[in-house]
Design a protein around this ligand. Structure first.
Ligand code: HEC
Ligand code: HEC
Ligand code: HEC
Ligand code: HEC
Ligand code: HEC
Ligand code: HEC
Ligand code: HEC
Ligand code: HEC
Ligand code: HEC
Length: 390
């Protein structure tokens, strides 16, 4: 590094002060302004280089008040002392963030300074500099989407307490979208639009993701009709513990405890009057995830879901609530969804089952368009006799 004249002057000045015994032997001796005389001067250090700190930007941050000295211990002889100044850990002052980080998937994976520039903390580093370091695909897709100028990663994800998308409920995912797209009801063309908004995720129609997966959530019975009540009342971990005692909430359906749900276990659950107060609410989503958002014409086509065929309707999970508000999913035996009369009486995908009469009726309804309005709920009524009495 070429020592510039100013550097020399300051060094000589500093040296003189030390020799004269004027210097104070603590880090507070050198104030932020003084640090910036070197570190904030682009004739000293290359702007954007590792040793350059933008003084104007730093002054606008919440860290400015405490100054450089709150994080770096520097002797009066710096930089001639050959000592590398220490960097204070963020933990000292940000217990909450540290705690949140420790409880999510980023624990041990991402550090504070991977996402925050300590000298410019009022904002995040740009998505490609921070998240993009490790999630390049998501960031690339995001940057090419409508959301790149309208929503940031943290509008949809908590960056500190990161929860896997597999443990996040589909209702939670839809809530994020509705926070900004409240009016999106699709009532003009989507029959039973309220039911659809609660039985499908927004991302299954609005990202280019592929495949179909249905997740069954355990709900409290009294709120089974979304059109009337408006919302789904999910059973909580506590509700279920009251039902099954200390056998673990999964034993509600997974009776033999093998971590897998057989069609027979679903039938057993549906027929068990002990469990009358709860039912299953199915939500359709897609298997792969993507951040390519848009309006995809094939999703306007009802057959994308309704006549997807038995093959597409094989992947199903039951989501059990955990104590901390996340969900654990157990896989359901293939074919369960194709037996809506007995295995999944609360979820009936018109046009997608093995029962020919029901499928043909369903397809007729969809093809008939208007006729369906009067027949709406037909299938729920057809299957209702198999549901437990209220
Ligand atoms: C006289 C100019 C000057 C002043 C004033 C100065 N520095 Fe430095 N600082 C330097 C130089 C030159 C280096 C590079 C030293 C090296 O690479 O060995 C440096 C390096 C550093 C480093 C990086 C060490 C590393 O890890 O490589 C930190 C942190 C630092 N200074 C903080 C401060 C702080 C905080 C202050 C004020 C309290 C301050 N400096 C004041 C010139 C200065
Ligand atoms: C909130 C704590 C904090 C404050 C306040 C702070 N820094 Fe830093 N600084 C750090 C951390 C942490 C790093 C390491 C960043 C990294 O490795 O990416 C760092 C890195 C540096 C470096 C570069 C060292 C290197 O190895 O890349 C310099 C120079 C520096 N700081 C100077 C300053 C100056 C000058 C100020 C005041 C204007 C200041 N810092 C204020 C935390 C802080
Ligand atoms: C000496 C104490 C101290 C240290 C060490 C410290 N901070 Fe801070 N930080 C503060 C204070 C005080 C605030 C303002 C109050 C608040 O938002 O909590 C703040 C605010 C922030 C903010 C919010 C800025 C905003 O505009 O809302 C971020 C982000 C941040 N700090 C990140 C960090 C990171 C990253 C580190 C470690 C490199 C760090 N801090 C180290 C004291 C500190
Ligand atoms: C994976 C990236 C990431 C990591 C790692 C990370 N943060 Fe953050 N942090 C963010 C984002 C994104 C925000 C929200 C910024 C915004 O809303 O503008 C934020 C906000 C903050 C805030 C202000 C709001 C609040 O929650 O209080 C503080 C303070 C903060 N972070 C400190 C930290 C500290 C300390 C660490 C390390 C223990 C850390 N962060 C680790 C991405 C991260
Ligand atoms: C508009 C809301 C939204 C925004 C903005 C958003 N995400 Fe996502 N992201 C989601 C949803 C919803 C999922 C879950 C997808 C699923 O369940 O299939 C997800 C999944 C993920 C995943 C896990 C699955 C995968 O693709 O590996 C990562 C990682 C991720 N997002 C990172 C990011 C990053 C980084 C950003 C910012 C560049 C970002 N997201 C911005 C909504 C968003
Ligand atoms: C230093 C690397 C790193 C950085 C930077 C980082 N992440 Fe992560 N992130 C990870 C790792 C590793 C995982 C855990 C992956 C796993 O276990 O599946 C993860 C997981 C996630 C997940 C959950 C993925 C899933 O499977 O559903 C989301 C969402 C996420 N990160 C978002 C972000 C966002 C938003 C940012 C920027 C604010 C960010 N990450 C920055 C490394 C990073
Ligand atoms: C922070 C606010 C915010 C969040 C959260 C958000 N969006 Fe957006 N979204 C916007 C804005 C603003 C636009 C741009 C509107 C426009 O261009 O007319 C947009 C655009 C879109 C578009 C493109 C519409 C078109 O005309 O092509 C779709 C589709 C979309 N969002 C779906 C979603 C979904 C699905 C989610 C949830 C995973 C979501 N958004 C979450 C703000 C948000
Ligand atoms: C069954 C597929 C499907 C589902 C589920 C779905 N959408 Fe749409 N959405 C569409 C189609 C097709 C369009 C374009 C036709 C239109 O404008 O109504 C559209 C249009 C939009 C638009 C842009 C037009 C506008 O209203 O400004 C937004 C934003 C949007 N949807 C958000 C959402 C959100 C949020 C959800 C979840 C609550 C959601 N969508 C669920 C298929 C769907
Ligand atoms: C993204 C997938 C998807 C698309 C596209 C879709 N649906 Fe649906 N539809 C569903 C799901 C999931 C259900 C709810 C099944 C349940 O909960 O029993 C449903 C339910 C229905 C029902 C109600 C059956 C009943 O029990 O009353 C009708 C009618 C219906 N859809 C018609 C349509 C029509 C008409 C279209 C095209 C305009 C369409 N759907 C597009 C997924 C979809």
């Amino acid at each position: 590094m070429v020592l510039k004249a100013k550097f020399l002057i300051i060094c000589i000045f500093g040296f003189t002060m030390s020799v004269a015994g004027i210097g104070i032997n603590s880090s507070s001796a050198m104030e932020t302004d003084e640090c910036l005389e070197c570190h904030g001067d682009s004739s000293f250090f290359d702007e954007g280089g590792p040793l350059y700190v933008d003084g104007v930007q730093f002054a606008s941050t919440k860290h400015a008040e405490d100054g450089c000295g709150s994080c770096h211990y520097v002797t009066d002889d710096h930089p001639d002392d050959g000592v590398q100044p220490e960097k204070e850990s963020c933990d000292m002052c940000h217990e909450d963030a540290v705690d949140e980080l420790a409880r999510g998937l980023h624990a041990g994976n991402a550090e504070c300074i991977d996402c925050h520039d300590p000298h410019a903390v009022q904002g995040l580093k740009s998505p490609d500099e921070s998240c993009g370091m490790c999630h390049d695909e998501a960031v690339e897709e995001y940057l090419n989407s409508h959301h790149s100028k309208n929503a940031v990663c943290s509008d949809c994800h908590s960056p500190h307490k990161v929860i896997s998308h597999l443990e996040t409920s589909d209702f939670e995912k839809n809530k994020q979208c509705i926070a900004c797209h409240e009016g999106a009801g699709h009532s003009e063309w989507l029959l039973r639009n309220k039911l659809h908004m609660q039985a499908t995720t927004c991302i299954s129609c609005h990202t280019d993701s592929k495949g179909i997966v249905v997740t069954m959530y355990i709900e409290k019975r009294e709120d089974v009709e979304p059109d009337k009540k408006g919302g789904i009342a999910l059973a909580t971990y506590r509700d279920l513990t009251q039902l099954v005692g200390d056998k673990g909430v999964q034993s509600l359906i997974d009776a033999n405890g093998d971590g897998f749900i057989a069609t027979a276990e679903l039938k057993e659950f549906n027929g068990n009057s002990k469990y009358d107060s709860v039912g299953l609410w199915g939500v359709l989503s897609t298997k792969t995830s993507s951040h390519v958002y848009g309006v995809f014409e094939d999703r306007r086509d009802c057959s994308f879901c309704h006549a997807a065929g038995p093959k597409a309707m094989q992947t199903c999970y039951v989501a059990f609530p955990n104590q901390d508000g996340t969900f654990s999913k157990l896989a359901v035996e293939e074919g369960a969804l194709l037996d809506p009369l007995f295995a999944t009486p609360d979820f009936y995908m018109v046009g997608s089952t093995r029962n020919n009469i029901l499928s043909i009726l369903g397809l007729l309804i969809i093809a008939g368009g208007l006729g369906a309005a009067s027949l709406h709920g037909t299938f729920r009524i057809l299957t209702r006799k198999n549901r437990r009495k209220h």
